[in-house]
Design a protein around this ligand. Sequence first.
Ligand SMILES: C[S@@+](CC[C@H](N)C(=O)[O-])C[C@H]1O[C@@H](n2cnc3c(N)ncnc32)[C@H](O)[C@@H]1O
Length: 240
Amino acid sequence: MNQELLKENITEIEENILEVEGLHKGEYDVQAVQYDKLISNSLYNKLMWGNVPKDYSDFCKKGLKNNNKGTIADIGCGTLSFTYKAYAEHYKKDLYLCDLSYEMLSIGKNRIENICEDMSNIIFLRSDALDMPFKDNVVQTVLNFGLLHLFDNPSFLVKEIVRILKPKGQLFLTSLCTDRKLSAKYLNFLHKKGHVANPLNSTEIRSIVEENGIKITMFKVKGGMVYISGTNNTYTQQKI
Ligand SMILES: C[S@@+](CC[C@H](N)C(=O)[O-])C[C@H]1O[C@@H](n2cnc3c(N)ncnc32)[C@H](O)[C@@H]1O
């Protein structure tokens, strides 16, 4: 693990799990097991979002394959339902799997431990996506799946991602969107219940990503999910 990338307010709470000191609990803690069951269900994904789990895992693999060298951070990694096999295959890479919820991270860690021959390069990091403990411009690849639609001001999330990305570092992002009728209906329902932020369409999400300094190299919508990849096109003072 490369601790030099991290700010200093980090504590190891158990083997392979670090956390930012004083961080509040994640809202997903109380529903981690039920949530994991739901999102791992193929029928749910097909009906509600018009996607199959392979769509998500293939996109994650694409992000991992694109990275030859350099740190990878999955921000809002959840229980790794779709991604643990890909991470286990790429166990030699410098991997930070980050989430606010300890319970979500814990399920993810168990999943990967069962199939991964060597966990020494994999760090679970309990942290807030809007205030990541990474120093500026240190991460080569950010993976960010199914998180943006939770934030009332998603620009703050993209800004924080751009801050930690190296110049020309890569972003692979997915978000729920309103492009598909049934998914839009369900998203609006979830919004009314307070589970997601005000739903956006894929064009709005694209603009937010671009406006905050990502040069988009791939943009695809499938059902109620937008898939975006791009590179950090901004150059800050603190380049390393
Ligand atoms: C919809 S789930 C997606 C999980 C995973 N990326 C996936 O695709 O299955 C959202 C995840 O984001 C986490 N989360 C919510 N707010 C967060 C925040 N402010 N910082 C970091 N993680 C957060 C939740 O704990 C949850 O695990």
